[in-house]
Structures are given as C-alpha cells and as structure tokens.
Design a protein around this ligand. Sequence first.
Ligand code: HEC
Length: 240
Amino acid sequence: MKKLLQICLLLLVPLGAFASAGIELEDADIDLTDHQSLENGAHLYVQYCLGCHSTKYIRYLNLADDFNIDQQEILKKVAPEGAGIYDKMLTAMNGHDAKKWFGTTPPDLSLIARSRGEDWLVSYLKGFYQDTSKQRGVNNTVFPDVAMPNPLWQLQGVQKAIIKTIDGREVITGLVITEPGTMTAKQFDKAVNDIVAFLVYAGEPAQVQRRSMGKYVLLFILMFGVIAYLLKKEYWKDVH
Ligand code: HEC
C-alpha cells in the first residue's frame, strides 16, 4: 500500500510542475498540405534551430521531393550555405560543447512533434519569458527551468510574465511583450506555426521509412516461405 502511495505521489509530481503556470496550451494551426508554410518552417528552422538541433532523418533532397519544390530553390532558400542536396539536416554543434554550455545536449527533434504534440511545441516556442533568477535570463511557461535560450527573441521581442499569487502560490496568468521584436504578433504566430508544421512533417518520413521496410520484411517472409516449401518437398520426396 505504501508503495502504491509512493507511485501515486511520483505521478503527481510532473502534474504539479505544469500546474505552476496558470495558462493553457496554445492551439497550433497547422496545414501539412501548405507547402509554402512547410518551406518557410524549414527555412526558419535552419536559421534559428539547426545551430543546436538536428533532424537526422531528413535530407534537403527530401524537402524538395516532399514539398514539391525545386532542388535549387531548397538549396538557395532553406539549406545552410555550402550544404549539398544529399546532406542530412545535422547540427554542426558537437555534443561535448553543448553539454559544457547548456549542461545537457540539445535533443534531435525528428520525433519531438510526436512525443510533445503540436500544441505543446507552439506554446513552448511562444512561452519564453524574462526571469533574471535564471542563468540564461529566461524561463518557460511549459518547460520550467529550461536550459535552452529563447532562439526567437529577436523576432518576438522581450516577453514578461504576469504573476499573481493565488492561494499563497505564485501563478503565471499571462505573458506580455515589453519590448517589441522585428515581427508583429501576427507575423510571429505564423513563424512559430510554420516551424512547428515543419517539425510535424519531420516526424512523418520516419514512418514512411518504417513502412517501406515493412514491404521488404513481407517480401523476405514470402521468399523464405517458398524456400521452406521447396525444402519440405525435397525432404518428403522419398518418404511417400
Ligand atoms: C543555442 C542552442 C539552441 C537553439 C538555437 C535551439 N535550441 Fe532547442 N534546446 C536546446 C537545449 C540545450 C535544449 C534542452 C533543454 C533542457 O533539457 O532543459 C533544447 C530543448 C528543446 C526542446 C525540448 C525537447 C524536450 O525535451 O522535449 C524543443 C522542442 C526545442 N529545443 C526546439 C527548438 C526549436 C524549434 C528551435 C528553433 C526555433 C530551437 N530549439 C533552438 C538548445 C537550443
């Protein structure tokens, strides 16, 4: 019984962490048939995220094929300078440096949209706020004490949290921009949605890979079945 209670308490801890921010998740507005939005998302991702994160299953060629966009345009508009069309979307940062700088290695983001969900991702990218008690000067509403600096602050501007004390607990009830960035709120919403759309897309190619592998597995079973059948015939030939 004591053990059960302990497990229940453990399960409650993460819930408590989320409850400390009194704001709800944003609604992502993603359209995977909008290739322009996906291309823009990939472009912003390369500019603002690839410095630390990889999406190792995706090559620039995949973007051209899947978004139905000319390879040269992908190289010119999306890929970092000097990258080839067959290159994977890998960060140039090495894990050791990252660990030294951030205390943790920025994760590969290939499957992040599947594990966190698109609403969480939008809320995360829009949820950084100034917090001078933190090493990087920022905190995040959905990822408290996050080790990642706000990568989009120049676009978004400086954001502060409105904190109220409810039942003796400090709760964030909203966020306000105190110094504007280079984008309007509407432009920034679109930029974040496009990046998240790209991350949702990035979760798909792995699935496609798995499916195409499934074909080979079936083919193998079929071929093996034929061989087994022929063997059986050979073995039983003299018995009858
Ligand atoms: C300067 C390096 C850096 C940049 C640039 C950066 N990140 Fe990160 N990111 C990190 C680090 C470090 C973590 C790990 C945070 C932690 O565990 O506290 C992280 C964590 C994350 C997570 C959470 C993963 C999880 O554990 O669920 C997401 C999502 C993410 N980053 C998305 C992005 C996106 C999208 C961009 C671009 C808009 C970006 N990051 C740009 C360093 C970076």
